[in-house]
Design a binder for this molecule. Structure first.
Ligand code: NAP
Length: 349
């Protein structure tokens, strides 16, 4: 395959850096532009960016000059957006109109009826909405979104259970990493020795986004799943990796052993199983009493695998368990790249 030119918007930020790292030597994509705010435009990337990842800044990015995030300065077939919501709301349609496929991490368009909210291992078929989006909006590009990083692992685990047993109610409590708040994010004086029991707008996202992803396509529309959700979202002093403690009520009686077996054998739909970023495996189930833990387990499957543990009976609902997902890899940059690979694989670019 001829390399496909791609760009990163918001390249200097927490998610942008992940894109740059994950796109290094990608088998299909070549980075041709890095864009950020006026603060960074015109500088070499290595000067503009305070690199915060453990792995070194890839060589290809160091000397690239940061450009402004506009379709005039960025010529790429795929545009990975790591922009904040208000900026994304204005800029992403401009790129889609100019013919680019925008793979977005922002929440601005997730709720639009003609915009796919995608986790390829869960709802790969929703990518077909792109055709309707192009017709309705009269643009040759498109916008694809990935969910907020707490909904990500939660939805993968629920998909496996819902397919086999029918999920009715979900009660979820998150312990979310600091990198989820961007860089520099939460002040150290606020988070050391502390838990912050509120993340603006996050609970509503966790209570709604899984319903779209677990919904069915009918007449070119998505019917939201009728699963009922209640979520508490908390910021904790972990660098990467969101943990979610989940209790679930099912439509039938389910044993922990059956649930473990269903999660272990869960596979992505065929179209999303063998892409360069496909999680291998989709779900890893740990049986130790004290796993998953963010520091030990967040890089399972190169950070793309959803890790589940502590699957046991729940005295109020039916079963409870713990889910861990890497928030800037599976929950953000890695997820967007996976979405773009699905778009290419479905001949929708
Ligand atoms: N962090 C996560 O785990 C996570 C997970 C899922 C989704 N998200 C979403 O991903 C997006 C990015 O989050 P983040 O954590 O990476 O944020 P961040 O660390 O604050 O980075 C923001 C980036 O946007 C750039 N930017 C700011 N204003 C701009 C403008 N007017 N035009 C162009 N670029 C501009 C910044 O460039 P300068 O350096 O030049 O200012 C920087 O590169 C957000 O929508 C967030 O909600 C984040």
């Amino acid at each position: 395959m001829k390399p496909i030119p791609v760009a990163v918007l918001g390249a200097t930020g927490s998610v942008g850096q992940r894109f740059i790292s994950l796109l290094d030597n990608h088998p299909w994509f070549t980075v041709v532009a890095l864009a950020a705010s006026d603060r960074s435009v015109g500088q070499k990337f290595s000067d503009a960016c305070r690199w915060v990842l453990n792995e070194p800044m890839p060589e290809y990015a160091r000397d690239m000059v940061v450009v402004s995030a506009s379709p005039d300065s960025v010529q790429a077939k795929i545009v990975f957006s790591a922009l904040h919501n208000e900026i994304a709301k204005d800029l992403e349609p401009q790129f889609a109109k100019a013919g680019a496929a925008v793979c977005s991490n922002a929440s601005s368009y997730r709720r639009e009826e003609d915009v796919p909210l995608l986790l390829p291992e869960v709802n790969a078929e929703h990518i077909q909405l792109v055709k309707i989006q192009r017709q309705q909006r009269d643009w040759s590009g498109c916008i694809l979104t990935n969910p907020n990083c707490t909904s990500t692992g939660l939805t993968v685990a629920l998909k496996a259970l819902d397919d086999s047993f029918g999920v009715k109610k979900v009660f979820a409590v998150s312990l979310q990493a600091l990198s989820g708040a961007g860089y520099p994010g939460v002040s150290s004086l606020d988070i050391i020795d502390n838990v912050i029991p509120n993340i603006g707008g996050e609970e509503e996202k966790v209570e709604w986004e899984p319903r779209k992803m677990l919904g069915k396509m009918a007449d070119s529309k998505i019917q939201l799943s009728d699963i009922r959700f209640s979520a508490h979202t908390n910021r904790v002093a972990v660098i990467d990796g969101h943990t979610v403690c989940v209790s679930v009520e099912f439509a039938q009686r389910v044993s922990p052993e059956d649930a473990i077996q269903v999660m272990r054998s869960y596979q992505a739909p065929a179209s999303a199983r063998d892409l360069p970023s496909s999680p291998r495996p989709a779900i890893s189930v740990r049986e130790e009493a004290d796993r998953p833990q963010p520091r030990l387990d967040r890089l399972t499957g190169k950070g793309m695998t959803t890790v589940v543990g502590r699957l046991r009976r729940d005295p109020l609902l039916d079963l409870k368990f713990v889910v861990l997902s890497h928030n800037t890899i599976r929950g953000a940059a890695g997820g967007s790249i996976y979405n773009a690979e699905l778009l290419v694989n479905e001949n929708l670019l």
